[in-house]
Design a protein. Structure first.
Length: 252
């Protein structure tokens, strides 16, 4: 994969992710930590520029973030997280060394089931694997506007795996029995239309479209600004979680 391919460009958007993607609420990671064997070490796999890592730092003694994109890792802010350039199916970690693995908005990029096998190796007995996603946002008072841009305008440019995210990864079989209880969490932000424009610019469909000489976002921005107006609006994403624990005796 060369730096000029659309696929490689997908993983070079660290600054945009850092500034325009919503952060994850601490209450989500508190909920997970209450169910882990201990709070010694957590890994966020596919960490990007470290959004989930920052929330984990206040809960676990040691936090690691791993991603194949060095550009994303370089955009992560200074903190207590240790960052690794690593593949999801080949982690440079000892067996049974983690209490929690989180995967936030990234599972569709991993080689499955190889990643699940590796998770079984590095998790302690009872350690959690948490798949986190937030799907498509909604703007209060402008219901349908961003959704149509996502579903219709960008449909030819989305990778097929995008629809796994939108569906909350429901069609993927987890390696161990799944928790049926779920925390009810909604991400909410008060945004100006420029904030929304920055967020839309992180979408992978636009990377592919621009690599083919098209820029659907540039055509959409005047419509977004006209409908949004010079004000802040509430943007919300329903948070989705799929979670399972490595059972005693599971193969490592």
């Amino acid at each position: 994969m060369t730096p000029s391919t659309p696929e490689s460009l997908l993983f070079q958007r660290g600054d945009r992710y850092q500034h325009h993607r919503p952060d994850y609420p601490t209450e989500l990671f508190d909920w997970l930590a209450q169910r882990t064997p201990s709070r010694q070490r957590a890994l966020d796999m596919g960490c990007g520029s470290g959004q989930a890592c920052r929330a984990l730092e206040s809960i676990f003694n040691e936090v690691l973030g791993a991603d194949i994109s060095v550009a994303q890792l370089r955009a992560a802010p200074a903190g207590n997280t240790g960052y690794l350039a690593a593949r999801a199916d080949s982690l440079p970690l000892p067996a049974a060394s983690l209490d929690l693995i989180t995967v936030a908005q990234a599972l569709h990029w991993f080689a499955l089931p190889a990643f699940f096998h590796e998770a079984g190796r590095v998790l302690r007995e009872g350690g959690l694997l948490a798949i986190i996603s937030y799907g498509l946002c909604s703007v209060r008072g402008l219901e349908g506007l961003v959704e149509r841009f996502h579903d219709d305008t960008l449909r030819p440019w989305w990778p097929a795996a995008r629809w796994l995210v939108v569906d909350g990864y429901k069609s993927i079989d987890l390696p161990w029995p799944e928790y049926t209880e779920q925390p009810a969490i909604v991400l909410r932000r008060q945004w100006h239309w420029r904030d929304m424009a920055g967020y839309l610019d992180t979408w992978s469909a636009l990377v592919k479209a621009r690599a083919h000489g098209q820029d659907p976002l540039a055509a959409f921005l005047p419509e977004l600004q006209r409908h949004w107006g010079d004000r802040e609006r509430e943007v919300s994403w329903p948070l989705r979680l799929r979670c399972c624990a490595r059972p005693a005796g599971a193969p490592a």
